[in-house]
Design a protein around this ligand. Sequence first.
Ligand SMILES: Cc1cc2nc3c(=O)[nH]c(=O)nc-3n(C[C@H](O)[C@H](O)[C@H](O)COP(=O)(O)OP(=O)(O)OC[C@H]3O[C@@H](n4cnc5c(N)ncnc54)[C@H](O)[C@@H]3O)c2cc1C
Length: 673
Amino acid sequence: MSSRLRCLRNNDRVAIVGSGPAGSFFAIHLLREARRLDLHLDVIIIEKRGPANLGFDDFQCKGCNFCAGLLSPRLNEILDECGLVLPEEVIQGRIDYVWIHGQWKNLRLRVPNDKQMYSVFRGSLPGRRTGRPAGFDGFLLGEAVKEGARIQYGEVQAIAYAASRMPELTLKTLSGEMVQLDASFVGIATGINAHCGLDYGANGLIASVKRLNPSFVPGKTRKALIFELDVGEEFLERNMNREIHFIEYGSKHLALEHTALIPKGRFLTVALIGKCIDEAVLPRDSRQIIRDFLTLPQIDSILPGVAAAPLACACTPRMTVATAAFPFGDRFAIIGDAVGSRLNKDGLYSAHVTASRLAQAVLHEGIDKQSLARGYGKTIKWLVADNRFGRIVYAVSRVAFSLPLLSRIVYQAFATEYKMRDEPSRPLSVVLWKIASGTADYREVFREMCSYDVLRSVIAGAAITFRNVAFEMFSGVQWGEYGRYPTVVLKEKREALKEQLASGLGMELDKSPDFERMYWIKIRGSEEEIMEELAKFGQPNARFLKLRIVDMQHIQGTPNQVGSVIRYRVPFVRLHAELRLTNRVRFETLHYKADEGLVDLGKLIFNVAPTTDGNRRLSIYASFDYKKGTGFASRMMWRGARFLFPEFMHDVVWNHALCTIKEDVERKHHRSW
Ligand SMILES: Cc1cc2nc3c(=O)[nH]c(=O)nc-3n(C[C@H](O)[C@H](O)[C@H](O)COP(=O)(O)OP(=O)(O)OC[C@H]3O[C@@H](n4cnc5c(N)ncnc54)[C@H](O)[C@@H]3O)c2cc1C
């Protein structure tokens, strides 16, 4: 065949196999660019799954396209740029926070205000959906039709060159009829799950592509497990309101690498990859994995009682892990997942990249193999190179989040940035956001990961971690079975919290005391339950603030009532002080004042406030001035005391106390999905 084929010309026919995102994006970009060039193209999209026929949406196909359905900020920007406005009924969830769960603790990243992250259903499943079952793929296909594409339902079984040297498709229509269709150019956008779970390289169409271009090597894939639970909107609002969760570890018996929990309307989509899924063979193995997964402690702590929720659907599709080689030839090219996508993230964005670049190449570079290698080949090289960096990025982050000590260091580095630095200068948080959201190429993420700023944050995190671990051992703080939750109050939120506490108490809080710390934690429990737990402060049955170095005892009055007194005693230096509850505002606030034994103007405030998702937030505010002493000897003594009780002690102790209070309240709180 001629090695110099022209670009597409007026009235050429382009056949696109597959109406997933890659196929529809290709049609949209091709038709728009052709119109700009004053060309008319006959674009036919061939889809093997028939229309859903639900009477709602003409372009919704039956079944689904096996995807967690998270639209990354990067993809949303592209949709905006292309003027593709998602209808409200397609958006199943708007995401404000991304959680990353490591072995030690969880990190919460806020989706920047100028970015959008949505969850969508790709098709018409799960079957339990009611109302208009709008899906993302149906929307995109509708947009392609608006641009002028036609749809033909049927399965393309093979591609070959006809005598005219045009590619010819063998198509089995929905009625079972075999039809031949020739075209000037064919875009193959079949994805890798035409037969869910099977190796796509073995499918008939892909085998016929190999006959057209013997150098073509299909990409590598691995098995994933995806299922949907019908948990109800109220449950999701209470437990993961506008949040998605990525969990980076499983358990000894459930070897998982990466899990995504994504809320969609009243459903929760769960997508998993890991060794246990690679090794699962039978459907009952997958069912067992689902059961084991839902009862993991880290899952139960995010979604209490979720193991009892009804399963709406489950499947084991394949995911791309390595890009195909030479996925093009004279008059045809492969796009979307069938060629490859960015590792573990943002496959829909990758589908857009390959589709839009191919549209440009066939209209500006040519449709022969060499021209495609020149124009479209660059995109394949970008994918291959980026995934090389992606593999390193994921290897590092897997190790960092799945080993408890490293996970603790990463958390500490992250928390320290949030506590000490202003919003624009948190380099580790930026890198974590880029990994979690897929908003940057892996090459860029890798470069930033190795940057001086990120390494400095991690080294600081490591130093603080070792210091805290040493203090925990010395003071007898034991984590035991308690979950670890972030308690850091962002630097930019501290003033607002202080004002809220002060106005609740109807008093002023000192502007700049020598020592001031704030912590908070979200608790699934009522004000009464949290106050009940706080009433154990200084009691023998309290599980928080049990320290070897400070003995705390409730010595006077009724717990949580004004006049109640807690005594702090430091046994080995015989120092003591008393905290007196001087003000209580309903089930909201407890205000303790310290006597002048150890510090001046000491305050300890507990505050319980409702959160927007129907839960509560327990905040702690502690402040005091150091005693200065008058004579030389007493000045030295108080300086020594300051050295003996460094400020970070409060961070360690209150962090542990808050996590303990949360666990104990939630354990008692009624648990149901
Ligand atoms: C478990 C899992 C979770 C994922 N989660 C996300 C996520 O949250 N966000 C994200 O961006 N990406 C995610 N992805 C990746 C994403 O699903 C893919 O990147 C995306 O679907 C690729 O689009 P595509 O058009 O290439 O292929 P597909 O979406 O698979 O579409 C291919 C289409 O071609 C049709 N077809 C196949 N063979 C033929 C044939 N012979 N004839 C006619 N029609 C045919 C199919 O019916 C289908 O409609 C996930 C993938 C997996 C496996």
